[in-house]
Design a protein around this ligand. Structure first.
Ligand code: ADP
Ligand code: MG
Length: 231
């Protein structure tokens, strides 16, 4: 397993400014943040083999340095329950990407564990010109995009900072369990917030990071998509 630093150096030496999803997940996984299992398949047969290994249902996604928003180009197929569905998804993703981004370099197809739905949260890392690495927290989807309901703390984060970030968002009630939904594991979220701050301090080559979405469960969390921008 390459370490976080090796992954960043390898990408930079290839002149790349963006880590592919499996690289970004390996990097944050190296810091102990829980991520879905992933394997890059180079053929349909290999995708089926990896799906068996990981266990159905799985998710398939395009792996390409030219595709940043994978679902926008038909590059994500979720909850694939049979080997036949895996084969069909593999072919459809390649077709979709080839028609929507004709010159895209296709590295392979990422096979990953399907994460059951939980409360969707987002953790980001930005570099403030004045304060340096700064961690962002919010709830997934419209909460961040429409309501801008987010909180920020400058790294390093104490445990108290991390819990305050969670308490500060207006939609926090969604993390506390309502109408029969289970409360989300705030300790696991706080732990990930602290680790993202640590990554920002220890790897200055990372300009920006976006863990979106993260599924938060009554016990534990799982990062479902991760983007890392270097610079
Ligand atoms: P994009 O590049 O478009 O942001 P994502 O990897 O975030 O692609 O996938 C799009 C959506 O598909 C996610 O927001 C999530 O709802 C769902 N999804 C992606 N990966 C998984 C997974 N491993 N398990 C469950 N749902 C997933
Ligand atoms: Mg995403």
């Amino acid at each position: 397993m390459p370490t976080a630093r090796d992954l960043v150096q390898a990408a930079l030496s290839e002149g790349r400014k963006v880590l592919l999803e499996h690289e970004a997940k390996a990097l944050i996984g190296d810091y102990g943040i829980p991520v879905t299992r992933v394997k890059v398949a180079k053929s349909e047969d290999e995708a089926v083999e990896f799906a068996r290994e990981i266990g159905l249902p799985v998710v398939l996604k395009i792996v390409s340095p030219d595709v940043l928003h994978k679902s926008d180009v038909g590059g994500v197929k979720v909850n694939l329950k049979t080997e036949e569905e895996v084969r069909r998804a593999y072919r459809e993703i390649i077709e979709n990407v080839k028609s929507k981004v004709p010159n895209a370099r296709i590295v392979g197809i990422l096979v990953q564990e399907f994460a059951p739905s939980g409360v969707e949260v987002i953790i980001g890392l930005i570099r403030d010109p004045q304060f340096g690495p700064t961690v962002m927290f919010g709830l997934g989807g419209v909460f961040v995009e429409v309501f801008k309901d987010v909180s920020f703390r400058v790294a390093p984060l104490t445990e108290r900072d991390a819990y305050e970030m969670i308490e500060e968002i207006k939609g926090k009630v969604l993390l506390e369990g309502y109408r029969g939904t289970q409360p989300a594991d705030k300790k696991a979220i706080a732990d990930a917030l602290i680790k993202v701050g640590q990554i920002g301090l220890e790897i200055p080559e990372i300009k920006e990071m976006d863990l979106n979405p993260i599924m938060a469960y009554p016990t534990g969390i799982k990062v479902v998509d991760a983007r890392v921008i270097l610079g």
